[in-house]
Design a protein around this ligand. Structure first.
Ligand SMILES: [Zn+2]
Length: 540
């Protein structure tokens, strides 16, 4: 044995010896995947001085990528979660929009309200699969208020996956289990949601801490627009409405921590996974908008909830063996009322329905059923087989719909999906559409409004557009192996999973779209030693 002082002297004299001694940190025993639903990165800079909890710790001790983007057009919850933790775009995960997400009538819930759910549409693998390929005894717990927020971070893995059943209890579906484990039954029996019934949400800090106007007429459909906000005392309705209050995130953190203890998660020697998706920021952002006092207060409360999560994990387990990554599934665009001046209540909104309805009526008149032409979430899907069977030229129908859509005020572009590969090289929005659509999805047209425009009839603030307000997200890493700092080079959301895999010292076993963010890592990634052809995530 040589002394530390001698080793240091040797290291100075012989740099190659120092390099050889630089061993990677011990394999983590817990990988924590945090998703904050609808968190925009500008919130972190705007309100950093008011953070005292988890966001403060992540900003101070972690690596913050300030220019991270979802490179897919459909900026919704399901595709965001699937992409963040698989390193693959929706074109490859097959999770394209919420409505084609996790709903699965064949996998009913064990309890609670809501439709059945499973990852049946999800294609390929996710981070947890790569970990379990090394550590066969690794286990994972995923918790969220939303089914898609709990299911998709683990891909198809049949682990412990729970979401809120809207009745005060956490639930899962038959895909994962036939009965709830004892610890979940005991957690549900504590009835923690009931403590919030009749409670009033008031701002966390003094009024001077919030520059936002509290009373804005178009917020929350004109009702309950200003603090304080009270959760009703009626049990059934109150436990349902809890989803729009900051306490839902506290409840989700309680569930995650109960699971960590009950499952002995992160005790080693294997690497386990904890996935937590906090959904209230999305609910509050939708209801009151990104510029509201409510949203500002909600983000301060997310900071506190995350602080409790991280502090508790550090108390329960060895903090030198836990790695964290935080991302968001999407951002949000302000209310059109805030973006466009005037008094027209329909301003900043695009109504495509008359165009679609007219096209369908014309087809019906020619003997084709209406669902051969399907409009969903800014996509026009065409069943070419049925067009052919009816002797109708699909392409001429598509072209006439496209021409009519382009005439609508507020329309920016209507892409022919077959043109997207060609346009992707120079057009960022075309590229984001290409990354969103699987080859076999039969989408003919990808419809894009001008920046700031909403779908007609939408009366809450929302997201889902391919522009940066919805696509720009915060990405942070923290823990052993992470080089703290502020990183301003542009990165993509598909880079999160491979980077976290590198920190967990595993590698994807399939070709992925993202790359390891080596600039934020202490050690040279093992991926760099791989042959070049294996490194490249090929575009399938
Ligand atoms: Zn949302």
């Amino acid at each position: 044995m040589i002394s530390r002082a001698l080793a240091a002297a040797l290291a100075l004299a012989f740099p190659s010896v120092a390099a050889a001694q630089q061993t990677p940190p011990a394999k983590p025993t817990l990988v924590v995947q945090i998703t904050i639903d609808q968190l925009r990165p500008d919130y972190l800079d705007k309100w950093a001085p008011q953070f005292t909890g988890g966001l403060k710790r992540l900003l101070q001790q972690g690596a913050f990528f300030t220019q991270a983007y979802h490179e897919h057009a459909t900026t919704e919850t399901a595709p965001g979660h699937a992409t963040l933790w698989s390193g693959r775009t929706p074109a490859h995960t097959n999770i394209v929009i919420n409505d084609l997400g996790v709903a699965d009538a064949q996998m009913p819930l064990l309890l609670g309200r809501g439709g059945g759910a499973s990852p049946w549409r999800f294609r390929g693998s996710a981070l947890f699969d790569w970990i379990r390929a090394r550590d066969q005894f690794s286990r994972a717990l995923s918790v969220s208020r939303k089914d898609r927020g709990a299911i998709l971070p683990l891909g198809k893995a049949k682990q412990q996956v729970y979401w809120y059943g809207l009745d005060g209890r956490f639930t899962t579906s038959r895909y994962y289990a036939d009965t709830l484990p004892t610890w979940v039954q005991q957690f549900n029996a504590r009835d923690l949601g009931a403590q919030y019934l009749g409670k009033t949400w008031t701002p966390l800090l003094a009024d001077t801490a919030y520059p936002e106007k509290d009373s804005v007429a178009y917020e929350h459909e004109g009702k309950d627009i200003a603090f304080p906000h009270t959760l009703g005392t009626d049990r059934r309705r109150g436990l349902d409405s809890l989803t729009s209050f900051p306490w839902m995130d506290e409840f989700t953190v309680d569930m995650a921590l109960a699971g960590v203890q009950a499952m002995d998660l992160g005790k080693g020697p294997t690497t386990d996974v904890l996935a937590v998706s906090l959904s209230t920021t999305d609910a509050v952002g939708h209801a009151w908008g990104p510029d509201s006092k409510e949203l500002h207060d909600q983000v301060l409360r997310v900071d506190r909830a995350l602080g409790r999560l991280i502090d508790s994990l550090y108390t329960l387990r060895d903090s030198s063996r836990i790695v964290f990554a935080l991302g968001a599934d999407h951002g949000v665009t302000p209310y059109p009322e805030a973006t466009f001046s005037g008094s027209d209540p329909e301003r900043g909104r695009v109504d495509v329905r008359p165009v679609i309805d007219a096209a369908r009526s014309a087809l019906v008149a020619r003997g084709l059923e209406t669902d051969a032409l399907n409009y969903q979430d800014k996509m026009l899907m065409v069943d070419r087989r049925r067009f052919a069977a009816a002797g109708i030229d699909a392409d001429s129908t598509i072209e006439s719909v496209r021409a009519a859509l382009l005439k609508l005020p507020g329309m920016a572009a209507v892409y022919r999906v077959r043109d997207l590969p060609r346009l992707s090289a120079t057009d960022k929005i075309a590229r984001r559409w290409r990354n969103a659509l699987p080859d076999d999805m039969q989408v003919a047209l990808a419809i894009t409004f001008k920046p700031g425009y909403y779908v007609a009839t939408t009366r809450y603030a929302t997201h889902g557009m391919p522009y940066d307000l919805d696509a720009h997200i915060p990405v942070l890493f923290m823990g052993p192996g992470v080089k703290p700092g502020r990183y301003t080079t542009p990165i993509r959301s598909v880079d999160v999973a491979p980077t976290l895999a590198e920190l967990a010292q595993v590698m994807p076993f399939e070709s992925i779209d993202g790359r390891v963010l080596t600039q934020a890592l202490v050690t040279v990634p093992r991926a760099a030693a791989r042959p070049k052809d294996q490194m490249k995530g090929s575009r399938r």
